[in-house]
Design a protein around this ligand. Structure first.
Ligand SMILES: Cc1cc2nc3c(=O)[nH]c(=O)nc-3n(C[C@H](O)[C@H](O)[C@H](O)COP(=O)(O)OP(=O)(O)OC[C@H]3O[C@@H](n4cnc5c(N)ncnc54)[C@H](O)[C@@H]3O)c2cc1C
Length: 296
């Protein structure tokens, strides 16, 4: 079974992401590490919340209940008590490994909060799609290629590959400090050098990696760069709720649910290239009436 969307985290952002994703007719699964949904709402269940539009003074436990009911109506799959430990992307597919199983999905929405919950946030993900750790075949490729690494070998590969008529970009996670012959070689061949945080695997037909002593996995810890609107430098991987950290981000419930819609719509567009970012408004979308009919 391959899901369209795998939502990680069952707080307000995750629950609403899963509901909204199913409403966009995407096959959806939500994974929550704790044994119950709610996220940080569980920390203040008996408190009244006053800053959710139209819900003045709602008890956190009632708000949680309402989100769960809404999620249930959508029939998105939910797995509780499973901590996501690793995410791997191979050939355009995400392998999301929890303490119990590996789930396959075309996209991932990380709604993992900002670390206050008991469950730890995902610390790293690694990709192996298109990436080779062995020396490249020195030939012309049928599209742009990337080399990752800060080592002399990485720079040498980039220069040599350029010599075969390739469009090469070099990505490094630290400042380049190489012999002048290599620095000149990069400059003379106009090889762009970018921060690894900006690496976008979809832009290249092949990627060659020379990362010195680190073997076989690229540690994305702290390197999945968040962009505006819940997008990240890791194609197909989106962020919603308190897990988002761009400037001006409000770590509140209302923001979390807004983020959820943005992430879902971006995932929809990622899967269906050229599709509308905005779906039809809910008042006109027949799926909601069908769900209401089935549920009540
Ligand atoms: C005491 C208190 C009072 C608050 N009062 C208000 C208020 O009045 N108004 C307001 O708008 N906001 C309030 N907030 C903030 C609000 O609770 C958060 O903004 C909101 O919960 C964020 O939702 P979220 O879904 O992004 O993250 P969370 O609610 O933190 O949910 C994240 C979920 O992801 C799960 N998770 C994390 N990592 C993994 C993993 N690796 N695998 C599986 N699951 C994982 C966690 O277990 C958690 O359930 C308050 C917060 C606190 C603590």
């Amino acid at each position: 079974m391959i899901y369209d969307v795998c939502v990680i985290g069952g707080g307000p952002a995750g629950m609403f992401s899963a509901f909204y994703s199913a409403s966009r007719r995407m096959n959806t699964v939500l994974i929550e590490g704790n044994h119950e949904l709610g996220g940080r709402l569980n920390l203040f269940l008996n408190y009244e919340i006053y800053d959710i539009p139209g819900q003045f003074g709602i008890l956190a436990q009632n708000y949680k209940k309402a989100l769960i009911e809404q999620l249930k109506v959508s029939k998105a799959n939910v797995f509780l008590g499973e901590i996501v430990e690793e995410i791997e992307k191979i050939d355009e597919l995400f392998y999301v490994t929890t303490s119990k199983q590996t789930i396959l999905a075309k996209t991932v929405i990380a709604a993992t909060g900002n670390g206050f919950s008991e469950v730890k946030r995902i610390e790293h993900a690694h990709i192996s799609e298109k990436i080779q750790y062995d020396p490249p075949a020195f030939k012309q490729y049928d599209g742009p290629i990337a080399v990752i690494g800060h080592t002399p070998m990485a720079a040498d590969w980039a220069i040599q590959l350029m010599g075969y008529g390739n469009a090469v970009t070099l990505y490094t996670d630290q400042e380049l400090n190489l012999q002048s012959i290599l620095m000149d070689g990069l400059a003379n061949n106009n090889i762009p050098v970018y921060d690894f945080a900006d690496f976008n695997d979809r832009a290249y037909v092949a990627v060659f990696c020379h990362i010195g002593s680190k073997k076989r996995t690229i540690d994305f810890k702290g390197r999945i760069k968040q962009r505006d609107n819940g997008l990240t430098s890791f194609c197909g991987y989106f962020v919603a709720g308190d897990a988002r950290y761009e400037q001006g981000k409000l770590k509140l419930i209302q923001g979390a649910t807004h983020d959820a819609m943005q992430a879902v719509n971006a995932a929809f567009q990622y899967i269906h290239e050229g599709a509308n970012y905005q779906p039809i408004v809910s008042t006109h979308d027949p799926i909601f009436k069908e769900w209401v009919k089935e549920a009540y």
